[in-house]
Ligand binder design. Structure first.
Ligand code: ARG
Length: 563
């Protein structure tokens, strides 16, 4: 709550002997109803200490609080209610937004701490799923928010690039593969090979054995196997990187599961030394009965390591390499158990940082009430969904603004932005309904709506020949602007909350509200009228545009100046 510090300071002047400043600060609330002012201080706990009626304390305090920030301070129902002076606060806030520019809302809560973010992490030779998209956009927004908060995010794409399935894939490729086809459409082709392998294996069990042999050869470093595996990985990455390009996302590391091949022995030895490994059905496991969790599988009977073993090695590697303060895993809710086991095993190993691993789960994307699948027969490749959205956005632009200069680029920004916004406006644990038509609407709570509002604000400024660089004094009553100004005021707070709860939807909601407040304002006020407030109004419009852009930017969405 902006200005609550000043309110606390004013109260503290009177309450010095009764309450420490921090406690006063903590007690201050934001009233639900406007008639109770902008800030409120409840006097009930104080009443107990002083053995007085809360309302009489409130009355005393309200007379004593003095600050130019408040136009009125009154006592009601045991609260001290403070009303901000709209004119003065509007001036302060707008001047601050204009002076700080992109730095407005920047926080220093992170103190440069490193936060590792495991995000996206699709599986090689398999389609990039909706779940992977959710992980990618949530992870990206968290990285942007954390950076804004003064942390140092490290984005890690933990590619699923190892496992017995690669033995099968090599076997299938050797039998039926076509190099040219794989090069043309890697994921489609590799997936087809994998599916064919399974179909054929039902009739011909011999195939499974071949798959196992190839995987063994791969693990032993056999030239032919390794070359093929590397090639599959490379071709798959080409497919994935087209999606990352559309989304405008880069990673700090692509160290996937295979990266840990030579880093697991050490971990397994450590588990042994600590006496944590137990043999169970010929496999090595860590029993986690005390935590009421199923055993964590570390090594199979044939010596093969598992998903969890790799994640253990990855956790150590990240700790030792990045010295993270927190290590986030943006992975769907289905893997809850896995991450609980991971933390539990680390705790048993005596690692003090075990609880710094945080699973950030999310719900699923649904279409027509069913989980949206990008698998098997009906391979809806995600890239096709993105391209379809871009094409629809382009159609919209052709209709609304046929003369627009860089249509292709704007269509990408709008089409992709729509999908990202639809994802991030929902609290991440909720399931989301996916309807391209709805998310591309220019009205309602959509990405295009916010982008369009931003472009409209920009066009007003262009028309007026406004330059944000010029210094100007704000002379607005603040009445009509108040809703938007209050939102500007609470922007830094929204960022802090989004960071603390790992919840980008706070920023999405805040940004929609700002767009709505501005559109309401624009319908009521003649912004361009040439009177003594014109420049102040334009400064207000420019501040709105800036924060809409910044809000979208924190979600990983671009904001064209014209659309
Ligand atoms: N590749 C996995 C999957 O698609 C996700 C990996 C998540 N990250 C991790 N460190 N386990 O399900």
């Amino acid at each position: 709550m902006r200005f609550s510090e000043e309110f606390a300071a004013a109260l503290y002047q009177v309450l010095k002997d009764d309450l420490p400043k921090e406690e006063i600060q903590q007690l201050i609330e934001k009233p639900k109803h406007a008639e109770h002012g902008d800030l409120a201080f409840p006097c009930f706990s104080l009443a107990k200490i002083q053995r007085m009626a809360p309302q009489s304390i409130a009355e005393q305090l309200s007379r004593a609080v003095q600050s130019p920030l408040f136009e009125k301070v009154e006592a009601a129902g045991g609260y001290v209610n403070a009303f901000l002076d709209k004119k003065y606060v509007t001036k302060l806030v707008l001047e601050e937004v204009m002076a700080k520019k992109e730095q407005y809302g920047t926080l220093h809560i992170g103190k440069g701490e490193v936060i590792a973010i495991d995000m996206s992490s699709p599986n090689i030779a398999k389609p990039f799923s909706m779940g992977h998209l959710r992980s990618t956009v949530i992870g990206q927004s968290l990285a942007l928010l954390l950076a804004k908060g003064g942390y140092r995010p490290v984005k890690i794409n933990h590619l699923g690039d190892w496992g017995t399935q690669f033995g099968k894939l090599i076997a299938a490729y050797k039998k039926w593969g076509d190099e040219q086809k794989v090069k043309e459409q890697p994921i489609k082709e590799l997936l087809a090979l994998y599916v064919k392998f399974h179909d054929e294996a039902e009739r011909n069990p011999e195939l499974e054995a071949q798959g196992r042999q190839w995987f063994k050869r791969l693990e032993d470093g056999d030239q032919e196997a390794v070359v093929l595996w590397e090639w599959f990985r490379e071709e798959s990455l080409k497919d994935f990187s087209r999606i990352y390009q559309l989304l405008n996302i880069e990673f700090d590391s692509y160290a996937g599961e295979a990266f840990y091949n030579d880093k697991m022995d050490r971990i397994v030895r450590r588990l042994e030394e600590k006496g944590l490994l137990t043999e169970s059905e010929q496999a090595q496991v860590v029993l986690l009965a005390e935590e009421e969790l199923p055993p964590c599988l570390i090594k199979k009977s044939d010596g093969a390591t598992l998903y969890a073993t790799r994640d253990l090695a990855a956790a150590f590697y990240r700790k030792e390499t990045y010295h993270f303060a927190k290590s986030l895993y943006v992975v769907g809710g289905e893997q809850r158990l896995h991450f609980k086991q991971l933390t539990s095993v680390l705790r048993r190993m005596g690692e003090s940082w075990a609880d710094d691993l945080i699973h950030i789960p999310f719900g699923m994307m649904r279409k027509d009430g069913k989980k949206m699948s990008t698998r098997k027969g009906q391979v809806v490749l995600l890239e096709e969904v993105l391209q379809e959205s871009i094409a629809l956005a382009k159609k919209n632009i052709e209709l609304k603004n046929p003369g627009l200069a860089n249509k292709e680029e704007v269509a990408r920004q709008v089409g992709v932005g729509a999908i990202v916004f639809n994802d991030l406006k929902n609290y991440r644990l909720n399931n989301i309904d996916f309807s391209l038509e709805d998310i591309l609407r220019f009205e309602g709570e959509t990405g295009p709506y916010v982008q369009y509002t931003h472009a409209r604000a920009c066009s007003i400024l262009r028309k007026a020949g406004f330059h944000a660089e010029e210094k100007r004094t704000i002379v607005l009553s603040g009445e009509k602007e108040w809703e938007a100004v209050s939102l500007m005021m609470s922007f830094p707070e929204a960022i802090e909350k989004a960071i603390n709860d790992f919840d980008p939807s706070r920023i999405a909601k805040h940004t929609i509200q700002l767009a709505q407040a501005f559109n309401k304002y624009y319908a009521e006020v003649k912004v361009l009228e040439e009177d003594e407030q014109q420049l102040s109004r334009l400064a207000f419009v420019s501040a709105v545009a800036q924060l809409l852009k910044e809000g979208l930017a924190l979600l990983g969405i671009e904001a064209p100046d014209e659309m």
